[in-house]
Design a protein around this ligand. Structure first.
Ligand code: ZN
Length: 279
């Protein structure tokens, strides 16, 4: 666990007026666990309540000290959204999110550009699909702090799992975030605060472009290949345990390449399809 991440249940201040509590759900996909943030003091917006874990939600509610008015959810995944309704019951807060994916139903549906006023600050929603179709990042413009949910993480790999996950949208989202002026730090859904946001965004994009080139190169070389064949050819640098995730990534890259006319399959919606180069 990074030095910057105290154990679950401990409140730590990560930026001015922003506190973080780690949920007790570590794992291969969640790293140390889900970060729940409390933004503001006199009025508080919670970002990502995490799983429906009573001890965690009790700790978040206690840290809020009766001031939690809003619960902002980045996306519907099981490690981010399910605690929302139970935290709302504890606090009377309104649950905000984009909705439209999975089982998560926000009390108030918000979308790109929604501005929430929290105490003297503003928090702006940015629609960043790719990891999940309903994914919102939240930006505090006054100091350029970005709550990135699972679009950008620290220490673990972002999974792009079609069909709700979409590689082209994901990479567009990275470019969009990299073009935002004045980012000071990224508060990710998993891992430590990222204090060099532009460097991290650039390396994320480079990594995806490298993989895309490698997938296309392997496909050209093999002529016809399945996702499995391409994982074996391209992911030579990662342990087999990562291959289930790699399968989703390769499939997501192939679907993007198909949309661009650079690869083709009889059924891009079938993870078991045989692909060919279309160049
Ligand atoms: Zn997620």
């Amino acid at each position: 666990m990074p030095a910057d991440l105290p154990p679950p249940g401990v409140v730590s201040e990560v930026a001015t007026g922003v506190r973080r509590i780690l949920a007790p759900n570590p794992g291969p996909m969640t790293g140390p666990g889900t970060n729940t943030y409390l933004v503001g003091q006199s009025e508080v917006a919670v970002v990502d309540p995490g799983p429906d874990e009573p001890a965690h939600l009790d700790a978040v509610a206690a840290a809020g000290g009766g001031a939690i008015r809003w619960i902002l959810v980045t996306h519907h995944h099981s490690d981010h959204a399910p605690g929302a309704s139970a935290l709302a019951q504890r606090t009377g807060a309104t649950v905000l999110g984009r909705g439209g994916a999975g089982a998560f139903r926000p009390g108030m549906t918000i979308d790109e550009g929604h501005v929430l006023r929290v105490g003297g600050s503003e928090v702006v929603a940015l629609h960043t699909p790719g990891h999940a179709s309903d994914h919102l990042c939240y930006l505090r413009p006054e100091d350029g702090l970005l709550f990135s949910g699972d679009h950008v993480m620290d220490g673990s790999t972002v999974v792009i799992a079609p069909p709700d996950g979409d590689m082209a949208s994901y990479m567009d989202g990275l470019r969009r975030l990299a073009a935002l002026p004045g980012l000071s730090a990224i508060a990710p859904g998993h891992g430590a605060l990222i204090t060099e946001p532009y460097r991290r965004l650039a390396s994320y994009l480079d990594h995806r472009l490298d993989r895309e080139r490698a997938v296309l190169h392997a496909l050209d070389r093999m002529g016809r290949a399945t996702v499995e064949d391409l994982v074996a050819a391209v992911y030579t640098d990662v342990p087999d345990s990562v291959h289930p995730v790699a399968r989703f990534s390769v499939w997501a890259h192939l679907r993007k390449l198909a949309d661009e006319g650079r690869a083709a399959a009889s059924d891009p919606d079938d993870v078991g399809a045989t692909w060919r180069s279309a160049r």
